[in-house]
Each structure stands twice: as structure tokens, then as C-alpha cells.
Write a protein that binds this ligand. Structure first.
Ligand code: ATP
Ligand code: MG
Length: 225
């Protein structure tokens, strides 16, 4: 993204002239205090919001001025995971994952195979017919990951995916995200989880009051003096 500024109604400057380039296949942590602008940055990538100024390129295309009918094409390239999972409560695990393929109009003949593969990857083949409220938090987050990666996205955007999970479950989620990254998906993850960032030693981009204040290869959660 180039020179991106996002001002919310009420003159709230969430991002202030941000330049950030992420290479294909990279794994990037976005860190910073609450309110720094992390979620805003992520949502610009999947066009959950549009910038007030500046340009956002995904796969070589400026997505700021996409036509409405072009948005589904963008979303096919991007999987998203949220802290609160955002599963559909009245649909089974299987249907939650299948839904991600239905909305992008994937060929029906591919759906069952892809959903089965994704559920197997996250270790939930045995829970396919459960409803989300019959699962633990960690299991629900694994369903959300299966849903986000079922279409083999170019980019996976994860907003505090371990936010409500115990350390061991969080480590399992991170192992899954690492696997996804190893298979070529770019992963961009906002987090407050210091232990995870320090252990993984990936690229760390720190935001403070809407500005990038640090960008380190193999970084840590806090700046090392
Ligand atoms: N829809 C909105 N309308 C108005 N202001 C908003 C909106 N969304 C976010 N903001 C403001 O923009 C700023 C950045 O918010 P953002 O959600 O990006 O922060 P964050 O870094 O993700 O914080 P957290 O760690 O708490 O999730 C904050 O001041 C927030 O209050
Ligand atoms: Mg946030």
C-alpha cells in the first residue's frame, strides 16, 4: 500500500500515510497498542474498508477503485480470520466451510472434496456435522481457518486469531498458519501475543497511532535495543 491514510467519521485518523509492501509468501506480524490501526490496515487488504487517501495493491491491482462486481474476484484471493471467529451459528461445521466456496461460486463438484480436505487439515473431520456452539473456542477457530484457506487463497489475513485461546491451543493455531504459509500463502496477522511473535521470529511491523514505526525481518514483539 502506498501513502494510505484512513480517516473515520469524527476525524479519527486510524492510518496516517502508510507505505507497506508484503512479498508473496511472506509471513508478517502487525503489532501495536490497541487503537493503533492494525484492524484497519488488515481490512483495507480485503476491502472491508477503503482508504481516504492512497492506493492499495493486491496481486498487482489497485483495489481502491474496484467495481462492485469485481469485489468477489478479489475475495477469492483472500482468506480472512477474525478474533471472534464469525461462524454462522445455524450451520454445521461442514456448511460453514462450504459456504466460503458457495459465495465465490466455486464449481459444486469441487466443494465436497475441498471442504473435506480443509477440515482434515485442521483436524476436525470428525466434527463436520456439529454446530459451532457444540465446539470449543479453539475448535471454532480451526473451523474459521479451514473456511479461510479452503479456496487456497493468495493471502491470508488474520486479526488476532489467538486472542481468546489458551497458550497451547494458540500454538496449534500458529502451527496451522505456518503450514498454510509453507504452501505458498502470504500470511498477514495482527496480534498482541508477545510469546508467539518472539518464538516465530518472522517479519514484524509495528504501528503506533496510525504510523509504521518499525519494520524488522525476524523481529520480536518489543523493539530490541
Ligand atoms: N468504524 C469505525 N468508525 C470510527 N472509528 C473507528 C472505526 N473503526 C476503528 N476506528 C478507530 O480507528 C482507530 C484504529 O482502530 P483499529 O481497530 O484499526 O485499531 P487496532 O490496532 O486494531 O486496535 P485493537 O488492538 O484494539 O484491535 C481507533 O482509534 C478506533 O477507535
Ligand atoms: Mg483490532
Amino acid at each position: 500500500m502506498y501513502g494510505v491514510t484512513k480517516v473515520y467519521p469524527g476525524d479519527v485518523v486510524a492510518l496516517d500515510d502508510v507505505y507497506l509492501t508484503v512479498e508473496k509468501g511472506d509471513f508478517v506480524f502487525i503489532v501495536g497498542q490497541s487503537g493503533a490501526g492494525k484492524s484497519t490496515l488488515l481490512s483495507l487488504i480485503y476491502r472491508g474498508t477503503v482508504p481516504t487517501r492512497g492506493q492499495v495493491f493486491v496481486d498487482g491491482r489497485n483495489i481502491v477503485r474496484l467495481r462492485r462486481r469485481e469485489v468477489p474476484l478479489l475475495r477469492r484471493k483472500i482468506g480472512a480470520i477474525y478474533q471472534d471467529f464469525k461462524l454462522l451459528p445455524d450451520r454445521t461445521v461442514y456448511d460453514n466451510v462450504a459456504f466460503a466456496l458457495e459465495v465465490i461460486e466455486a464449481p459444486p463438484k469441487d466443494i465436497s472434496r475441498k471442504v473435506s480436505q480443509a477440515l482434515e487439515m485442521v483436524g476436525l473431520s470428525g466434527k463436520a456435522t456439529c454446530l459451532p456452539d457444540q465446539l470449543s473456542g479453539g475448535e471454532q477457530q480451526r473451523v474459521a481457518i479451514a473456511r479461510a484457506v479452503v479456496n487456497d487463497p493468495l493471502i491470508l489475513v488474520a486479526d488476532e486469531p489467538t486472542g481468546n485461546l489458551d497458550p497451547e491451543t494458540s500454538n496449534g493455531i500458529m502451527a496451522l498458519l505456518s503450514d498454510v504459509n509453507c504452501r505458498g500463502t502470504t500470511v498477514i496477522m495482527a496480534t498482541h501475543n508477545q510469546a508467539i511473535v518472539d518464538r516465530m521470529r518472522r517479519r514484524v511491523v509495528e504501528i503506533e497511532a496510525g504510523r509504521i514505526v518499525r519494520d524488522e525481518r525476524q523481529g520480536t514483539y518489543c523493539h530490541e535495543a
